[in-house]
Design a protein around this ligand. Sequence first.
Ligand SMILES: Nc1ncnc2c1ncn2[C@@H]1O[C@H](COP(=O)(O)OP(=O)(O)OP(=O)(O)O)[C@@H](O)[C@H]1O
Length: 238
Amino acid sequence: MPDQCNAVVLDNVRLRLGARDFLFDCRIPKGTITAVAGPSGSGKSTLLNLIAGFETPDHGRLSIEGEDVRGVLPSDRPVSLIFQDNNLFAHLDLFTNVGLGINPGLHLGAKEREMVSTALERVGLKGFERRRPSTLSGGERQRVAFARALVRRKPVLLLDEPFAALDPGSRSAMADLLQALHRETRNTVVIITHDADEVARLAEHVLFVDRGRISFSGPVEVFLQRRDIEAVRAFLGG
Ligand SMILES: Nc1ncnc2c1ncn2[C@@H]1O[C@H](COP(=O)(O)OP(=O)(O)OP(=O)(O)O)[C@@H](O)[C@H]1O
């Protein structure tokens, strides 16, 4: 596949962390939802941290949206992030938490304030603007994190197990919201998940990480049939 079809390209990216070494050679197709799956400790978060810029490759090339991002600070990369614990500031209200996605200095003009209100409305939190994160449920807090990612308007959205702390009902509501937002924005979504059903339901493309390497990369329909790779078989449940 030509590289302009890929939002993220890792070319023989190597990294050593303590006793563990990682080698990632993979592509993430532009505009897709790509699931990153694999056993615990295999290196899924490390892969996301490399893309986000929280880890620096020892060797290899990493480009995002066609740009070599070696030496580019996390805040200057064309990515936004959502983690399991959603990183909201407890002492700030929701409007302010979302506004920080646009401008860390919080100098918001009328247009930016409108963007924050629209994003909160889009994730179903209209009227919650002055509430603090502690007054919300886990699912609602994740919606705020989504709103903040929406106002950032970055082409790549990285999610590290964003629904792991939620009950099954909220998980599936958030998966629906993610899909709806993806249909609107058509950005590239990369989501770590431990849940085979979530992979089947959400993803178009799958990267399977095993012992610091990519052991499968391809369309979800092919992934779901791959019973010949032992770790994939275990992940899919027999
Ligand atoms: N800074 C570090 N120094 C040493 N080892 C590290 C460091 N960061 C991660 N590791 C190790 O690298 C391995 C991969 O970690 P990583 O968090 O990427 O795995 P994961 O697939 O996301 O796991 P999980 O599904 O359990 O969250 C683990 O064994 C972890 O202990």
